[in-house]
Design a binder for this molecule. Sequence first.
Ligand code: SF4
Ligand code: SF4
Length: 152
Amino acid sequence: MSLLVSIETSIQHKGAGTSNLRASDTLENSCHPQAIPYGGSSLMAYVVTVTCIGAKDRSCVEVCPVDCFYDNPNAELNTKYGRPAKGTDVGMLCIHPDECINCGACETECPETAIFEDSGVPDDLKEFVKMNEEATATLSDDQLDDRRVTSR
Ligand code: SF4
Ligand code: SF4
């Protein structure tokens, strides 16, 4: 299946047409994304893991069709995982699990091999599945707009 067909299929499957829609949206409630509770989606998403910390080159955001990468500027991650930041660019990027359409475009683009499908995350990196979820779970719409990382 080509990437374009894969993306179109994923969008149709998840019922999402823009980056403002989440995978858990339905046709009925998609006009009111603020009323949709976070989480609860059983659909697949991609996950950013440890080797993004200290790298953050943002190659992934160039190819994401729905702009679902968010900055997680947590300096404690650099200390915890022993991966110093480049300058002041602390922390890592994370993927919003309810916005990712599971197209896979970012996985091959990452020079650090930091991105995995959630079902394929190596056992020693499983904690990053929850970390990606938590990076955006409690943010308001304004905070999400501030943290979203895009190429546009
Ligand atoms: S391409 Fe990989 S290392 Fe670079 S910002 Fe994206 S996830 Fe992080
Ligand atoms: S798989 Fe990667 S490129 Fe595709 S929507 Fe998810 S985060 Fe974006």
